[in-house]
Write a protein that binds this ligand. Structure first.
Ligand code: NAP
Length: 537
C-alpha cells in the first residue's frame, strides 16, 4: 500500500552511509545518483567522498570503470592532450610514461583513482539507467534501471558526449558480408594480417589507428571526406629521472601542468579573438605535410580547405608517413554505397575489401540519454531540446530540478583539457549541494530566463569564432548551432563556476514536519505569530 509521507523524514542526510539507505515507497533511496564512471562520474564521486558524502551511488552499465577509455581500445589509442594536463588536478600521476600516454595507461589510472578513493564500493556495475523521472510531489528522481527501481534526491549525469558510436548513413551498410566494426568497438579477435581493409574517416581516432594497422594489412583504402589539419605531435617518453622528480617534489609536476595549460589556452586567442594568429599554426601544419609527403598529388588530397580550428586540430607524426606507403590509397571521391564485399564511390569505382572499419565518430547532438530523462512537466530532455540543445552553464536545465549534467552542452573544448572544465563543474555542484544543505533547500531549478540569457550570450560569443567559420563538424547541431563547445578561455568558465549562483535558481525549501509548521493566525495584532503544534494522525 502506498502512503504519503512528508518528505523531510525521508531525505537522507549526507552522513548516512549507503548501507543505511532509507526505503522510499519500498524502493531503495539514495541521496545522490551519478550515472557513468568515466572521467566525469569518477571525478564527481571522488570529490563527493572527499567532501564527506557517503550516501551516493554510481550506476555503470558496463562491468568496469573508464567510460570512453574503456570502450576505445583501437590500436594506437592515446590522449591528444598531454597526460599531465589530461588527468585530475587532485590526483596527479607522476608515472605517466609519455607526453601523450596510451589508452591502457589512462584506463589503469582511472581504475586506480576509483580504488584509492574507495569509489568501487559505491559503484553498481552492469546497471544501466533506462529512465529517470522527476516526481514533483515527492521532490525526488525516480529511476528505472536494469537492476530495478531507485529513487534519489539528486541526479548527476556523467555520460560523456563521446559515448555512442556513429555509423555512416550509407546504402547497403547492413548488407556488408565482410568484417565490419567501429573504431570505438574494435574487434581484437579479428586478425587484420594480409587483409584488404577499408577505413572510413580521417578524424582523431583514424589518425591514431591507421599508422598502426598499415604495416599489417595487405591493402589499406582510406576514404576521406574532409582532410584534417594536422600538427606535429612530438610525443616522447618521460624520462625516469623526471618521473622520480615528480614523485619526490610534486610541485614540479604542478609547474609542468600549468605550463601545458597556458600553452594550450593561448590557442583561444586565434580561435575566438584574433584569427590572424592562426596563420602561424596553418603554416606549421602545411610545412608538416610538405615535409612528410613528397608526392604532390597525395599532398593536394591531404591539404585542408577550411580554417584551421573549425574542426578539431589533430596531432600526429606517423599519419602522413603511413599514407605514403605503397599499400595505401587515399580515396577522396564520395562514397555512394556499400556492397557485399566492396565499396562504391560516386565516380563509379569499386573497391573490393575484406574489412570495413568505421572511424566515423560519435552521436554527439543526437545522443540517447536526453530521451531517458523526464522533467517536472513530464517532457523528456530530448523533447525540451527539440528547439536546440542548451543548459545553464552547461550544467543545469530549467524544468529539470536537481539534475546536473557533467560535460553538458557547450562545455566541450577544441583546444585544452576537458578535465579542467569537468573540475570547474564539480566545484559548482559541490557548492550547490552545500548551499542546499545550509539553507535547507530540497530542490533547485534554474530559472528559464537565466538559462536563456546564458545561452544567448554563448551563441553571440560563438558568432565570431573559428568554430562557426563555415565547415561541417560534430560540434554543430542540425541547425548549424554550436551546442558542444565552450567558445572562450577555459579560465573564464572556471571563474563563473567557482560559486553556486543561487539568484539564478528557484529554491524549494525542505518541507517541515506538520507538527513543526508555523502558521500565522489572523489576530488584531498582525505582527504576532504563534506556533501551532499539530499532530500527525
Ligand atoms: P570524428 O572526429 O567525428 O571523425 C569522424 C570522421 O569520419 C571524419 O573524418 C568524418 O568526415 C568521417 N565521416 C563520418 N561520416 C562519414 C561518411 N558518411 N563518409 C565519409 N566520411 C565520414 O570522430 P573521431 O575521430 O572518433 O573523434 C571524435 C572525437 O573524439 C574527437 O574530436 C576527439 O574529441 C575525441 N577523440 C579524442 C582522442 C584523444 O586522443 N583524446 C582520440 C580519439 C578521439 P568529415 O570530417 O567530413 O565529417
Amino acid at each position: 500500500m502506498t502512503h504519503i509521507v512528508e518528505s523531510t523524514h525521508l531525505t537522507p542526510t549526507d552522513s548516512q552511509t549507503h548501507n543505511q539507505r532509507a526505503s522510499f515507497h519500498d524502493q531503495e533511496h539514495v541521496h545522490i545518483i551519478i550515472v557513468g564512471s568515466g572521467f566525469s562520474g569518477l571525478g564527481m564521486a571522488i570529490q563527493l567522498k572527499q567532501h564527506g558524502y557517503q550516501d551516493f551511488l554510481v550506476l555503470e552499465r558496463a562491468a568496469d570503470v573508464g567510460g570512453t577509455w574503456r570502450e576505445n581500445t583501437y590500436p594506437g589509442c592515446a590522449c591528444d592532450i598531454p597526460s599531465h594536463l589530461y588527468s585530475f588536478s587532485f590526483v596527479p600521476n607522476p608515472d605517466w610514461s609519455h607526453l601523450y600516454s596510451p589508452q591502457p595507461e589512462i584506463l589503469a589510472y582511472l581504475r586506480r583513482c576509483a580504488e584509492r578513493f574507495g569509489i568501487l564500493e559505491h559503484i553498481r556495475f552492469n546497471c544501466e539507467m533506462h529512465q529517470a523521472m522527476w516526481q514533483q510531489n515527492e521532490r525526488h528522481w525516480h529511476l528505472m534501471t536494469t537492476q530495478g527501481p531507485l529513487t534519489a534526491d539528486i541526479l548527476i549525469v556523467g555520460q560523456g558526449p563521446l559515448t555512442e558510436p556513429a555509423f555512416p548513413h550509407l546504402p547497403g551498410l547492413e548488407g556488408f558480408e565482410g568484417m565490419l566494426f567501429h573504431s570505438a568497438r574494435w574487434n581484437h579477435n579479428y586478425d587484420l594480417t594480409g587483409k584488404r581493409v577499408a577505413v572510413i574517416g580521417t578524424g582523431a581516432s583514424a589518425l591514431q589507428f591507421v599508422p598502426q594497422i598499415q604495416p599489417q594489412v595487405e591493402q589499406l583504402m582510406l576514404f576521406q571526406r574532409t582532410p584534417p589539419w594536422v600538427l606535429p605531435r612530438g610525443n616522447h617518453k618521460i624520462a625516469a629521472w623526471q618521473r622520480k622528480l615528480f614523485r619526490l617534489m610534486p610541485f614540479t609536476q604542478r609547474f609542468v601542468r600549468s605550463i601545458l595549460y597556458w600553452n594550450h589556452e593561448l590557442a583561444v586567442v586565434g580561435f575566438a579573438y584574433q584569427p590572424g594568429v592562426l596563420k602561424l599554426a596553418s603554416w606549421r601544419s602545411q610545412r608538416h605535410l610538405q615535409r612528410l609527403v613528397a608526392d604532390p598529388l597525395l599532398r593536394a588530397k591531404l591539404t585542408p580547405h577550411y580554417t584551421l580550428g573549425c574542426k578539431r586540430v589533430l596531432v600526429s607524426d606517423d599519419f602522413y608517413p603511413a599514407l605514403t606507403q605503397p599499400n595505401v590509397e587515399v580515396v577522396t571521391a564520395p562514397l555512394r554505397e556499400v556492397r557485399a564485399r566492396s565499396l562504391l564511390t560516386e565516380d563509379g569505382r569499386e573497391y573490393d575489401t575484406d574489412v570495413l572499419i568505421c572511424g566515423t565518430g560519435f552521436q554527439v547532438t543526437n545522443a540517447r540519454f536526453p530521451h531517458l530523462v523526464y522533467g517536472s512537466d513530464g517532457r523528456s530532455l530530448a523533447e525540451k531540446w527539440q528547439m536546440g540543445i542548451n543548459a545553464y552553464r552547461g550544467t543545469t536545465v530549467s524544468g529539470f530540478p536537481n539534475l546536473f549534467l557533467l560535460l553538458g552542452p557547450n562545455t566541450g573544448l577544441g583546444h585544452n583539457s576537458i578535465v579542467f572544465m569537468l573540475e570547474s563543474q564539480i566545484t559548482y555542484i559541490l557548492d550547490c549541494l552545500r548551499t542546499m544543505k545550509r539553507r535547507e533547500v530540497q530542490a533547485i531549478e534554474v530559472r528559464a530566463q537565466s538559462q536563456e540569457a546564458f545561452n544567448q550570450m554563448i551563441q553571440q560569443h560563438m558568432q565570431n569564432t573559428v568554430w562557426t567559420s563555415g565547415c561541417a563538424s560534430w560540434y554543430l547541431d542540425a541547425n548549424g548551432r554550436n551546442t558542444t563547445l565552450w567558445p572562450d578561455f577555459t579560465f573564464s568558465f572556471w571563474w563563473q563556476m567557482r560559486h553556486f549562483d543561487a539568484q539564478h535558481y528557484h529554491l524549494l525549501r525542505r518541507k517541515k514536519p506538520l507538527h513543526e509548521q508555523t502558521v500565522v493566525l489572523p489576530t488584531s495584532n498582525t505582527s504576532s505569530r504563534k506556533h501551532i503544534h499539530r499532530f500527525n494522525e
